[in-house]
Design a protein around this ligand. Structure first.
Ligand code: DX5
Ligand code: ZN
Length: 219
């Protein structure tokens, strides 16, 4: 079984000490940087945009996993590739031509991800799963950090894992929202490959140890 990756979400970092928090992740056991981009239209919140991502990637030394919570993401695929995104995830609910969008992301040399809101069924990916490098299952409604984990996510992880196996795909399963030491093992056992954790890591007294603790739980 492959190892479970931990991706701290920079949304919960201290933006007045961004370089410090990026270095903290660099020097921790974390695997990826998870970067949340919100447009105030697809979700009822605005996070940060290109100049901030540029500042992050200038210091980040691990995989950059960008989660776009924006309408019409095709407009910015090339821009995010130029900024150094390694994984670019768009929302299923924001894409009219998902297959085309996935091809466009891969054409820019990035891994293509698709995020599903809590209400969006796994079955909608039956015809695209082989083209998807990563499915991000939202375990909260997107837009804000610090919300509580939706329990139905376990059922969705198992259904997605089954679909991936049946189709012979190599898609990774990422879980985003409300991840803590309380649900990490159960998520891994259900089939999760990447766990995003924002508040649980950055609001902790010792984020480095908290990341190490999560890695140990899923080891
Ligand atoms: C929510 C974002 C998440 C968020 C997770 O819209 O996509 O990545 O930062 O934060 P926590 O771990 O605090 O739920
Ligand atoms: Zn996210």
């Amino acid at each position: 079984m492959s190892q479970t990756l931990i991706a701290p979400s920079i949304l919960a970092a201290d933006f007045a000490n961004l370089q410090r928090d990026v270095e903290l992740v660099n020097n921790s056991q974390a695997d990826w940087f998870h970067i949340d981009i919100m447009d105030g239209v697809f979700v009822p919140n605005i996070s940060f945009g290109m100049p901030v991502l540029e500042a992050i990637t200038r210091h980040a030394q691990k995989t950059i996993d960008v989660h776009l919570m924006i309408v019409d993401p095709d407009r910015y695929i090339k821009a995010f590739a130029a900024l150094g995104a390694n994984v670019l995830t768009v929302h299923y609910e924001a894409c009219t031509h998902l297959h085309r969008t996935l091809q466009a992301i891969k054409a820019e040399g990035m891994q293509a991800g698709v995020a599903l809101n809590p209400h969006t069924s796994i079955s909608l990916l039956e015809d695209t799963i082989q083209d998807i490098d990563l499915v991000c299952l939202m375990s909260v409604n997107p837009g804000f950090g610090g919300q509580s984990f939706i329990e139905n996510t376990y059922t969705k992880v198992r259904a997605l894992k089954k679909l991936i196996t049946e189709k012979g795909a190599s898609t990774k399963i990422e879980i985003d929202g409300g991840v803590t030491n309380k649900n990490a093992l159960q998520l891994k056992e259900a089939g999760a490959d990447v766990l995003v954790a924002g508040s649980y890591v950055f609001k902790a007294e010792n984020p480095t140890e908290t990341i190490a603790g999560l890695k140990e739980i899923v080891a």
